[in-house]
Design a protein around this ligand. Structure first.
Ligand SMILES: Nc1ncnc2c1ncn2[C@@H]1O[C@H](COP(=O)(O)OP(=O)(O)O)[C@@H](O)[C@H]1O
Ligand SMILES: [Mg+2]
Length: 299
């Protein structure tokens, strides 16, 4: 998959221009200008209800803008043929619903629909894509099980497999790590990084964990009250001010001792109090991850 021709392929360009999004009369996203940078990993972060899922739904053509345009390769996304769109971008919604009683392999196989032709429904390429998707998401042993009877974490990985089987250049993922324990969260993010590096897949995902977002994304987009608040590298975006403005939360931000990316430590009321009473300044962390001021004396 690290074939050079893969990486030389022209990348698809997805962007929103001056987009307003509404449910009925209720406008929830305003003046959205957002270019999804091809072949990069972008994480969207923001408080609950700030409009992140709504933005993703518009970028995936599930929601028509009340005004403005979403453009795929310069063309109005909402006027392009459905199959063409589905071969280019895949969406993992925040709360997908599986048809009752469907088996895992059949659900994942649905990711192949945009690639299938009317009279030649199932090809060797489809079989290979489904097997690959089951394999990389660690769900091959669930293939014959009913989706209904899986745990939340298993189900989330099966949905991810369905989107991967679609083999699109652009992946839009709404909280892909929900329901996953920390090891599986890291595994999914590592997998998305592999796809990005090996195949040049463009990834735009909503994440709740700021530290994982900073660790895995090339670019962060913060959303606040239906508007893009900031866009930039994790270093540029993830500051004490951003956490305060976007989440109304006081935090300490320091370099992650492993990657140097920003690491956010939320200060609840109790930690804030402890800090103001005891610690004039939170001491820096050494490379080994020990708090320098409290490191045991060397013997
Ligand atoms: N289907 C819908 N109908 C009406 N209002 C909706 C719908 N979906 C979301 N909203 C509202 O739009 C706002 C943004 O929601 P959403 O995009 O889901 O936020 P987020 O993903 O950031 O939590 C919220 O106020 C939410 O209540
Ligand atoms: Mg959401």
């Amino acid at each position: 998959m690290t074939d050079e021709s893969e990486n030389l392929r022209p990348r698809h360009d997805l962007r929103a221009q001056d987009v307003t999004l509404a449910y009925g009369d209720r406008v929830v996203v305003r003046d959205l200008d957002l270019a999804v940078v091809p072949a990069e990993v972008t994480a969207v972060v923001g408080a609950n209800g700030s409009g992140k899922s709504t933005v993703l739904r518009a970028l995936a053509r599930l929601l028509s803008p009340a005004s403005g345009q979403v453009l795929l390769d310069g063309k109005d996304l909402h006027r392009l043929p459905t199959r063409e769109v589905a071969r280019t971008l895949g969406l993992l919604p925040q709360s997908p619903v599986a048809p009752e009683g469907i088996a895992v392999a059949d659900l994942v196989g649905r990711g192949r629909h945009p690639h299938q032709r009317f009279l030649a429904p199932w090809s060797a390429a489809d079989t290979a894509a489904v097997a690959d998707a089951l394999d990389v998401t660690g769900t091959a042993d669930l293939a014959d099980r009913s989706v209904d009877e899986l745990s939340g974490g298993q189900r989330q990985r099966v949905w991810l497999a369905m989107v991967l089987a679609q083999q699109t250049d652009i992946l839009l993922l709404d909280e892909p790590t929900t329901f996953l324990d920390v090891a599986h969260q890291v595994e999914v993010l590592d997998l998305l990084t592999d796809l990005n590096r090996d195949r040049g897949t463009t990834v735009l995902m909503v994440l709740h964990d700021l530290n994982l977002a900073a660790r895995y994304a090339d670019r962060l987009v913060t959303v606040c009250d239906g508007r893009v608040h900031r866009v930039g590298t994790p270093d540029e975006v993830l500051t004490v001010e951003t956490v305060r403005e976007v989440f109304g939360l006081e935090a300490h931000v320091m370099p992650d001792p492993i990657t140097g990316r920003p690491l956010v430590l939320p200060l609840g009321r109790h930690a804030r109090l402890a800090r103001s009473e005891q610690l004039p300044e939170i001491p820096p962390v050494t490379v080994e991850g020990r708090v320098a001021a409290q490191a045991p004396p060397s013997t």
